[in-house]
Write a protein that binds this ligand. Structure first.
Ligand code: PLP
Length: 423
């Protein structure tokens, strides 16, 4: 089925007489008739629900829809996008390991990688995503376990050369993991270009209405863990906490996702509430319609800003002279996303003055929902970063991040114009 249909139909498939709409199974636990059956579940010898920290039917139906949209074999919902990226890395990295990541990533992910994972003994090297193959290759070490990047970076809008990244990762016997939050599966399926594992902050376009924080990890099932068995001992050697079961031998292509559920969810427990997953599912039903409108509106706003003399620069890969335009034509032929960034002529205070003059467009710590909103990363999301780290993350002090919503574009433009007139 086409993506438009999957948005509406995939995931929950009711049997005769069951609810048409995905039910919210708001239950922490599930009942069994005898001890043996429950024991089989605990030993992973049988599939079934027993405790919602590990699995819940509402969550699973929504994960199934997202897996279908990404063209993956399985997915796990997490309680946030942060948890999704943490799990995606921690599922195959432990103390003493290393990974390579694009430096142009979301500020929260940057902190997770540069500070918190280091405390767990997991080291990483940041590379400029537009660096040459050789320069990126030079960051690899014998203990490197994965390569990471964002399809469209938040907030700098850099489009990842996915094929280049996938080739480098595979040459080194490691998977490419990509955060596909901004493109969404409507505008890009990284698996089609060689990416192995995809993550999302579902908080953004997937939910789309700013109602529920959440995340997801999707596995393509394509990476051959056994081929690099020494690197991925956690997947390819017996797990003490499951009576010596080996994930790749017992679960085959499902090894990575199964380990994430039965080990990381069991021990760390970043599981979403079923109510939130229900809201996410309602959002997903219109994702294909909303993305089209976000992209059309953002293109018009980007063109307006590009032509206004009070604007110093605009980053939007839909603009023909944008540095990311060629990559976007290849990887995002149907549109990118509604988020663009720009700088006003003047200083830091000019940005604040313009933002304070906006009437409809609100200042919020959010992007990628139905309502147009604006943020100044240097003073908000990225304020923990030094100027040097800011530049590495592709953020300049004057950068304004504008998340164009799905309102009538003329109203969005009117608000932008009246605020510019007040400068
Ligand atoms: C927001 C965001 C995250 C973090 O997601 P939360 O749901 O806020 O935890 C990760 N990656 C990207 C690209 C994001 O935009």
């Amino acid at each position: 089925m086409k993506k438009q249909t999957l948005c509406v139909q995939a995931g929950w498939e009711p049997k005769n007489g069951e609810p048409r709409v995905l039910p919210i199974i708001q239950s922490t636990t599930f009942k069994y008739e005898n001890t043996e059956e429950m024991a089989m579940l605990f030993d992973l010898k049988k599939e079934g629900y027993f405790y919602s920290r590990l699995q819940n039917p509402t969550n699973d139906a929504v994960a199934k829809k997202i897996a279908a949209l990404e063209g993956g074999i399985a997915a796990v919902l997490t309680s946030s996008g942060q948890a999704a990226n943490f799990y995606a890395v921690f599922n195959i990295c432990e103390a003493g390991d290393h990974f390579v990541t694009s430096s142009e990533i979301y500020g929260g992910t940057f902190n997770l990688f540069a500070v918190t994972l280091k405390k767990l003994g997991i080291d990483c090297t940041f590379v400029n995503p537009d660096a040459s193959d050789e320069e990126i290759q030079a960051a690899f070490r014998p203990n490197t376990k994965l390569l990471f990047g964002e399809t469209i970076s938040n907030p700098s809008g850099t489009v990842l050369d996915i094929e280049k990244f996938a080739n480098i990762a595979h040459r080194n016997g490691v998977p490419l993991i990509m955060d596909n939050t901004f493109a969404t599966p409507i505008n890009c399926n990284p698996f089609d270009w060689g990416c192995d594992i995809v993550t999302h902050s579902t908080t953004k376009y997937m939910d789309g209405h700013a109602t529920a924080v959440g995340g997801v990890v999707v596995d393509s099932g394509n990476f051959d863990w056994e081929k690099s068995a020494k690197k991925f001992a956690g997947l390819c050697t017996p797990d003490r906490s499951y009576h010596g079961l080996t994930y790749t031998k017992t679960f085959g292509k499902m090894a990575y996702i199964t380990k994430m559920v039965v080990q990381l969810m069991r021990d760390l427990g970043s599981t979403p509430g079923p109510q939130n997953s229900f809201l996410l599912n309602v959002g997903l039903e219109t994702l294909h319609l909303r993305m089209r409108q976000h992209c059309q509106n953002a293109q018009k706003v980007a063109e307006f800003l590009h032509n206004d003399p009070r604007v110093a620069w605009v980053n939007y890969c839909g603009l023909p002279d944008d540095a990311n335009h060629e990559k976007a034509k290849k990887y995002l032929p149907n549109g990118s996303c509604g988020v663009l960034s720009f700088g006003l002529k003047g200083d830091r205070a000019t940005a604040a003055k313009w933002m304070d003059a906006l009437k409809m467009v609100a200042i919020v710590t959010h992007v990628a929902d139905a309502r147009t909103c604006v943020l100044h990363p240097a003073s908000h999301t990225h304020r923990q970063l030094t100027d040097e780290q800011l530049r590495e993350a592709g953020v300049t002090p004057d950068l304004i991040r504008l998340s164009v919503g799905i309102e009538d574009v003329d109203d969005i433009l009117d608000d932008i114009k009246q605020a510019l007139d007040k400068l």
